[in-house]
Design a protein around this ligand. Sequence first.
Ligand SMILES: *Cc1c(COP(=O)(O)O)cnc(C)c1O
Length: 368
Amino acid sequence: MKVPFLDLKSEYAELRDEILPALDRICQESAFVQGHEVEAFEKEFAAFCGTKHCVALSSGTAALHLGLLALGVQPGDEVITTPNTFLATAEAITYCGASPVLVDIDPATANIDANLIERAVTRRTRAIIPVHLYGRPADMDSIRSIAARHDLRVLEDAAQAHGARYRSAMVGSLGNAAAFSFYPTKNLGAYGEGGALTTNDDLIAQFARAARSHGQTARYAHEFVGYNYRMQGFQGAVLRIKLRHLNAWTEKRRAIARGYRRILQNARIDLPVDDPRDECVYHQFVIYVNSRCSVIAKLAEKEIETAVHYPTPVHLQPAYASLGDPAGTYPLAERACDRVLSLPLFPGLSEEQVRHAADSVLEIVGGN
Ligand SMILES: *Cc1c(COP(=O)(O)O)cnc(C)c1O
């Protein structure tokens, strides 16, 4: 039985009758950039996250960048984040002329270890970016109290965590602002690039609205040098339709994760821990294995596709050689990157496919 890692084509087949007329309306109205569909999506996504504002943007990376600028991050500042993330988290810090300062992870959750943050704080630290990796909320109570003690700002990287809850509060409402990505493979994916910044802070939202459109506060009134980080009209239309399905899709993701856990609970692997007070939205279902290469090859023989998120931590990427953090600096993140393996997980997977993938993993790695 073939188990694809992700299948966006069958999702489109189900949504086609809703999507095509919406895209046709955009074309008829020539509402190609921003426009009323994007504005309506902003209102709906802010309501979904329980925030006062949502500013639609061209990507999650743009959202991280404008979020940091809105929080006052400047050249020479330091911003604390995790080495176990997609490179964009660190890149956004670099775009501001600031330096990423990395803090090792808690291997139980793969998220930044809040117990290690305080020793990384210096006089130049301005902000912390917790990443809710794989859809699992970071330790926000600890992070917010450290931020309060040292007068730091908090920007959530919520690119993988649409709809996740920390205690009972929605991800996206837990810091000064939050960056979401709507890259097609994310839990809420556009049909192209997209992102958003959510916040309860009027000034942050006001800044981001101007900054995404060349610093304009009115047409051709440029208050500062901004960017072209606007969302396309098509993406607003697609995201509005898909947002209406998101809660149901998240329930399916969580049910698939329960299915994997049931079969794999005694397998010779490590699994991330879910805090029962939180709701993980399972952007990825990851396991930790030894001899990953051979496990991947044996699963591929059985037509089970896998992926690795991520094979290399930020500090060991050539792009960040300038950090001067050699191998061994963040041993837990490095060990996670060496052993992590993502199993197929998307709402369209059948129970049989999940069982086949999990049974195959168990057969390959053995049980305890
Ligand atoms: C996808 C992702 C981003 C970047 O989002 P884009 O929309 O691709 O720019 C940033 N951080 C994390 C953790 C991501 O997964």
